[in-house]
Design a protein around this ligand. Sequence first.
Ligand SMILES: Cc1cc2nc3c(=O)[nH]c(=O)nc-3n(C[C@H](O)[C@H](O)[C@H](O)COP(=O)(O)OP(=O)(O)OC[C@H]3O[C@@H](n4cnc5c(N)ncnc54)[C@H](O)[C@@H]3O)c2cc1C
Ligand code: SF4
Ligand code: SF4
Length: 403
Amino acid sequence: MNTPTKINTIVDAGLCIGCGLCEALASRVSMQTTASGSLRPSPMDGFTEAEESLLCSVCPGIHITPAIANSGDTDPVWGQHLQMHYAWATDSQTRYIGATGGVLTALGQYLIKSGQVKFVYHVKADDQQPLHSHACMSESSAQVLDGAGSRYAPVAPLTGLQTALDRNQPFAVIAKPCDLSAIENLAAKDARIKQLIRFRLTMVCGGQSTAKKARDVLNKAGIKESTVTLYRHRGHGNPGPTRIETDDERSLEISYQDLWQDEAGWQLESRCKLCPDALGECADVAAADVWPGGSPTGEDAGFNGVVVRTEAGRELINKATNAGYLTQGEPITTDQFNDFQPHQVKKKQTLKWRYLGLERAGLPTINAPLSRLDTLAEQLPVEQRSAETTGTMKRFGSAGDDS
Ligand SMILES: Cc1cc2nc3c(=O)[nH]c(=O)nc-3n(C[C@H](O)[C@H](O)[C@H](O)COP(=O)(O)OP(=O)(O)OC[C@H]3O[C@@H](n4cnc5c(N)ncnc54)[C@H](O)[C@@H]3O)c2cc1C
Ligand code: SF4
Ligand code: SF4
């Protein structure tokens, strides 16, 4: 494994996801938008040796850490799970507004109402710049609901983590799997994380788009970013349309199918193509879409699939159900989940071969213990393996990052 000793080696190699932990841990650093529309820490030099060492050891770009080894079933793709089934928010407004079925929002609302946490740390759209999003600490059901929906454009969820920890109150985090890995990495250095973060909730994640995706949508529609008052990626239905509103009262809706026709159109962060934990093994509960074949064919009432990974997650799901926040549906098998998430299965099978490409290009490699990548790699047809390795060498070895 090539282990970097400087954070800019990770960023230059295209392995930064823009989680924001650099800003949280080094006060003179802030997350800035690069020319290609990613969030990256800046400046990236002038760190002390101790700062470099801390940042390199917690960065989720190269360290992915499952939070809990439990005694549930282990599946090569889906990992440890205690139960998997359909679920949705019982409250019809939460179910409608949520990205899929509003499960993550409903769990956050239940945790606050039941007094188990003082706030939910998550993200929401920026009122002033609606293409952007920022970290927030929601203390009421209404505030948690205000952050519902998936934000596909760049957001650095962890910029406010120190502020959240400094409150010294119990809280829950809802964030992407890589954000939760960053938190778990930091737990080895900051004991407050285990004391204060009572629940970690996540979404199954196909990848973070760069800002170019949203800008392309605006350009195509002839809309100036400065006039945008609302940019909603999905939700208000399942999946719900992407909806844009402007200050001169224009509005535009684009269906999920039209927006995300092919994977190339997503403009994904390069690191997402190497993600070993898009299925949220670092969380108590992961919530996903459940469209057969992996794509919606229309709108529906909102159904999540949940992967419950820990005893704490199981207790949460059951208590939230008994308290009337969540409705549980039929069990889901790993075969069904593989059908719902074919892109995730395929990606997992390529990872070992892609990591070989990083290694051969002399770039930092990704440390992902317990991810079963050797087993998964054997499932990829032999004739496809070397193309994954050489493709990664070319993409990461030459392009790197533009920040
Ligand atoms: C970038 C991205 C890619 C995704 N790709 C897939 C996929 O491939 N397959 C799949 O099944 N599902 C994917 N999802 C998840 C899906 O869109 C839903 O988020 C998930 O099903 C949970 O739905 P929900 O109704 O319970 O969420 P909600 O109740 O609407 O809650 C969503 C929560 O997630 C938080 N959140 C939203 N966007 C972000 C973000 N960018 N970073 C951190 N936190 C955020 C919000 O603050 C909110 O608390 C993706 C989500 C994102 C953000
Ligand atoms: S992924 Fe996070 S910790 Fe790593 S370099 Fe980027 S902002 Fe910093
Ligand atoms: S695909 Fe992986 S690296 Fe990319 S945003 Fe999702 S969890 Fe993070």
